[in-house]
Design a protein. Structure first.
Length: 366
């Protein structure tokens, strides 16, 4: 557990320095690459016990049990074409599962770090959010397929925003080839162009309230086409004592969004900032909808990167330094608490504690 706390402390220090010495941010950002290498070694060289679903992926890999599904069963197969092909390609090279994990870790992390470096107002704060949040880094240690699918969608958003449409659409379409739920990334093509305005918020709120009672019925209809996700309709993740998770997340991000609107009001935003603002609201709406069924949470994951971009952007727009630092420390405290929940209070959610690396096993001979 201590290694996660140390990672958090390291990123907090760099985030602090990046805000404090804003005029020298590029100099501080030279540590992005060694930070990436550490994350890569941490992620790519972990044991199969680190991650709730990881043992299943490893077992299937070692048994060489995956085969391309028949065309008629492509959308009903548990494992998507992209994942099956990648799995078989790596399996043809080695029986050691560490290469599979390392490849997925490299692709996933490189994309997150790359887009953060391009778009984040404070890369290290974005990494704090990435490390500590539900559905981000720790989640990808368990579900490597969706972790990579989320990353592909994020990279697709980057290229679309940079008006590199062919590459953008290519990566958006790659997402569902690794996790079927990635089909939702197609919405990036359209939603990112929406420019939010306060005059639209009443209509958005009324639409949400009207749709909310029917979310589960809509999910049941979708399950007919994707039966492999039937278990998520009534996942224990959002039942009984765990129900507070989406409730607290909804309250937290509703507060962040309201604060952001107060701060961003009448400010001129770039095209990228407008897109991040819109997609963060989409994440908030989807998170609230998970109160009806955890299936929606599968789709919300694809919008989670915009939380890690929105919060540093919001803080960067605050002119009064005292208020900026109060909110900065407040966010650090919130994400520290979130991390402690995941590794201490509810370790059974992701099963990433205790952390073990194949390197230590090589060294001590286990």
């Amino acid at each position: 557990m201590i290694i996660y706390i140390l990672m958090f402390m390291y990123l907090t220090l760099l985030s602090f320095l990046s805000f404090y010495f804003e005029e020298r941010k590029r100099e501080i950002n030279f540590l992005i690459f060694p930070t990436f290498i550490f994350f890569l070694l941490f992620d790519g060289l972990r044991k199969s016990s680190v991650g709730g679903d990881l043992s299943v992926y490893v077992s299937i890999f070692e048994q060489n049990a995956l085969r391309l599904p028949e065309f008629s069963k492509i959308f009903k197969s548990r494992f998507e074409l992209g994942y099956v092909f990648t799995n078989q390609l790596i399996r043809s090279m080695t029986e050691n599962y560490s290469l599979l994990l390392f490849v997925f870790a490299f692709l996933t992390l490189w994309i997150w770090f790359y887009v953060f470096d391009k778009y984040s107002k404070n890369v290290y704060m974005s990494l704090i959010i990435y490390l500590s949040s539900l559905g981000m880094f720790l989640y990808s240690l368990s579900n490597i397929r969706q972790g990579l699918a989320v990353a592909f969608g994020f990279l697709g958003f980057y290229f679309l925003t940079e008006e590199k449409k062919i590459r953008g659409i290519l990566f958006v379409l790659l997402a569902p080839l690794f996790h079927t739920s990635g089909i939702v990334c197609i919405l990036f093509i359209f939603i990112r162009k929406i420019k939010l305005s306060a005059k639209y918020y009443p209509a958005i709120f009324i639409g949400f309230v009207a749709l909310f009672p029917f979310v589960k019925l809509i999910s049941i209809a979708l399950i007919k086409y994707f039966p492999q996700y039937n278990s998520y309709l009534e996942s224990s993740w959002f039942l009984d004592s765990n129900k507070w998770a989406p409730i607290l997340l909804t309250i937290l991000y509703a507060f962040v969004f309201i604060m952001g609107e107060i701060i961003l009001n009448k400010q001129t935003l770039t095209k990228v900032e407008e897109s991040v603002r819109t997609l963060f609201l989409a994440y908030l709406v989807l998170t609230a909808m998970t109160l009806q069924t955890s299936l929606i949470g599968r789709f919300a994951h694809y919008f989670s990167p915009f939380v890690a971009l929105y919060i540093p952007m919001m803080l960067s727009k605050i002119s009064q330094r005292k208020i900026k630092w109060i909110l900065f420390y407040g966010m650090i405290l919130v994400y520290l608490m979130m991390l402690l929940v995941l590794i201490y209070y509810k370790p059974d959610w992701y099963h990433v504690v205790p952390y073990r690396s194949v390197i230590t096993d090589w060294l001590i001979g286990n």
